[in-house]
Ligand binder design. Structure first.
Ligand SMILES: C[S@@+](CC[C@H](N)C(=O)[O-])C[C@H]1O[C@@H](n2cnc3c(N)ncnc32)[C@H](O)[C@@H]1O
Length: 348
């Protein structure tokens, strides 16, 4: 999947085929404005204001406590981008906005939009990063409020994948204990435990994360089957032969190669014989030619915001092999473009 110009008539189609359309303007000016319009529409509450039915621009501005003329400009922009419809003087939600952007939609991305408002500032630092090589290390610089936005935003991001993750994550027969390293909001652990009734999970995450993830875990109503443990996966004792599954999702892109190798060895020790170490990540194809738009851009983003970037399945399997585990064939998730699982088993 990729973002790109979609011709709207035969002339544009021919222009696109002949390479006459100014693609860089779409990729920059249009992409930036589109992104900002959707983010600000969400932050202002435009979509939620329309949840119960169509409204005029003045009515929306009154509900969002915004300036009427400027609000209309934003509403028109959102209509042009197919997030709203305009009919008989009123704006209404399109199915796209209703499915993804309402606060109480089942697979709502609203909290991710609020996180993106913060991520916008991170992305603006790309030039500094490339010049100096110094990443931002977001986990060390977030305020208390930002930790809350981060936890809720991540939950929203993985919401649509949770059913597939629960279905496809390999869990050994009779498994009882799962350690979810960096599991934060708990959505994935809870989904895996629901799928495997004999399984319970401990989520190890940084104290700042646990503070804001606790209400999200309570929402899952898993009782003592899924609990948080505040700590640091890089320094805490993970135990010895204590877990049947160690699940690490979207974490290793924060760590460099040496840190991930050391973590893999401690996880291998912590697994019971027959246990499984599952790394779930945005994978980096082995060559930039094969990375595609999403994989390549997110590799840059993670390098900017933490210490490393994305990893290839081969690199992740190598950490597991060096830790004495037997890597399995990688698995690509269908509902999470660019994300897959690299698992490895501890021999009995
Ligand atoms: C990108 S989020 C992934 C959350 C979740 N696993 C998912 O896939 O949606 C990374 C999580 O790792 C946590 N984290 C980062 N460094 C950590 C460390 N040293 N020990 C434990 N957790 C850590 C962060 O607090 C954050 O909650």
């Amino acid at each position: 999947m990729k973002l790109g110009g979609i011709p709207q008539n035969p002339v544009e189609w021919i222009g696109a085929k002949l390479g006459l359309l100014p693609q860089p303007l779409l990729d920059t000016h249009v992409a930036m404005l589109l992104a900002r319009a959707v983010i600000e529409g969400t932050r202002l509450g435009v979509f939620d204001a329309l949840a119960m039915g169509p409204l005029t621009a003045a009515e929306i501005a009154a509900r969002c406590v915004s300036q009427p003329r400027a609000t209309r400009k934003l509403l028109d922009a959102l209509a042009g981008c197919e997030y709203l419809r305009f009919e008989a003087g009123r704006y209404a939600l399109t199915p796209l906005a209703r499915k993804w952007l309402l606060a109480d939609a089942e697979e709502s991305l609203r909290d991710k939009m609020l996180l993106l408002f913060r991520e916008w500032d991170f992305i603006a630092r790309t030039g500094d990063f490339v010049r100096t090589g110094k990443p931002l290390d977001i986990h060390d610089s977030m305020t208390r409020e930002e930790w809350g936005i981060y936890q809720r935003g991540m939950r929203a991001t993985v919401c649509t994948w949770a059913p597939e993750v629960a279905r496809r994550t390999p869990v050994p027969k009779g498994a009882k204990d799962l350690l979810d390293v960096g599991g934060a909001h708990s959505l994935l652990s809870a989904a895996i435990c629901r799928r495997h009734p004999g399984l319970r999970a401990v989520i190890l995450d940084l104290p700042e994360a646990v503070e804001h993830a606790a209400p999200l875990l309570a929402q899952e109503e898993m009782g003592d089957r899924v609990v948080h443990r505040a700590g640091n996966a890089l320094t805490d004792d993970l135990g010895t032969e204590a877990w049947d599954v160690v699940f690490v999702s979207n974490l290793v892109h924060h760590f460099d190669d040496a840190t991930n190798r050391a973590l893999a060895k401690r996880i291998a020790r912590a697994l019971r014989p027959g246990g499984i170490f599952v790394i779930q990540e945005l994978y980096r194809p082995s060559s930039p030619d094969e990375a595609g738009q999403i994989g390549a851009l997110l590799d840059l983003y993670f390098a900017l915001t933490s210490e490393s970037g994305t990893w290839s399945f081969a690199e992740m399997a190598d950490w597991q092999r060096e830790a004495g585990l037997a890597p399995k064939k990688p698995l690509k998730l269908l509902t999470a473009p660019g994300t897959g699982q690299q698992s490895a088993v501890k021999r009995r």
